[in-house]
Design a protein. Structure first.
Length: 307
């Protein structure tokens, strides 16, 4: 991406600084996700303050970055079609979540898994550019942020975190916020984020999460490989991909006939397209099971008019 220098981040935009740093981190390996991180920051910044001179200047430069990315990746469907972009960002967010959750349940507590939990929560924020979050993603975001804070504070205090979902009061990132006071600011599109960019002192839920029970796999597409996202700082031999159980193809689909004259509505076509796009995005992560499931849903809808 042609780098467009950003002015210093206005204090009003503190809540989006980590979304922008995440964009910087992902520019090379996940430019689509980086693009939508900036789009989220742009939309959120416009709502916060688009009138004061410093904010207008910052948003103008951020818009230049978005336009430059659009030109560079103009032939990428994940940029030009929101339904594809939404599936791509959601799959990547769940990939980060699944890696962190697997590490947590295995009792492997380290900074990279904390970062993965928190980055997943940031990317679920980004999904709001496509519309209202599902209740499932709302719960995942709360759980990921709480887990990141809880494990960070345990390690900081020399305590051993408890793996998996547990009843625990909300954790505070006040100490981390002070630690971040000396971290690099977002002065340009090429600034490399510091390792502390995994933490966000704002918006950490303070409610009790006793009632949240997330069973293994409930938070991600079925049989998503439990592997580390690209270049997350963990060597590839620490996590082995889980074997994939490919779902059986519904035999009724082989002989399915249209029930009379099935008239598909525009909404039916949109849903079928959504399933196909989700399948394509799943294949980017070699998640064959999720791809097959979504393709079967699309096929059944097109043949029978029913889901």
């Amino acid at each position: 991406m042609a780098a467009t220098a950003l002015p210093p981040l206005p204090p009003q935009f503190k809540s989006i600084q980590h979304h922008l740093r995440t964009a910087q981190e992902l520019d090379k390996r996940e430019p689509v996700v980086a693009y939508y991180c900036r789009l989220y920051a742009m939309q959120t910044g416009m709502k916060i303050d688009s009138k004061t001179p410093e904010c207008r200047k910052f948003l103008s430069k951020l818009m230049d970055q978005l336009e430059a990315m659009k030109k560079q990746f103009g032939d990428n469907e994940a940029i030009t079609q929101e339904i594809v972009g939404s599936a791509h960002v959601e799959n990547y967010a769940l990939k980060m979540f699944l890696y962190a959750d697997n590490e947590d349940r295995a009792g492997q507590f380290h900074k990279n898994m904390i970062k993965s939990f928190y980055t997943a929560s940031l990317l679920i924020d980004v999904l709001t550019v496509f519309g209202e979050l599902s209740e499932e993603n709302v719960q995942h975001r709360k759980y990921a942020r709480w887990k990141a804070a809880y494990i960070h504070n345990c390690l900081k205090n020399g305590e051993t975190p408890q793996p998996g979902p547990i009843g625990m009061e909300g954790e505070s990132f006040a100490d981390v916020e002070r630690e971040e006071a000396g971290s690099s600011s977002l002065h340009s599109g090429t600034t490399q984020p510091t390792s502390s960019s995994m933490y966000e002192a704002n918006n950490i839920p303070t409610s009790n999460y006793t009632g949240i029970h997330i069973p293994p796999g409930a938070h991600a597409p079925a049989n998503t490989p439990a592997e580390v996202p690209h270049n997350t700082g963990v060597t590839s031999n620490t996590i082995q991909p889980a074997p994939q159980n490919i779902p059986l193809v519904d035999p009724s689909l082989y002989s399915a006939q249209s029930a009379g004259e099935v008239r598909l509505t525009p909404e039916d076509f949109a849903r079928a397209q959504k399933y196909c796009k989700y399948a394509g995005s799943a294949l980017q992560y070699e998640d064959v099971s999720t791809a097959v499931q979504n393709l079967q849903k699309a096929l059944k809808l097109l043949i029978t008019g029913r889901e």
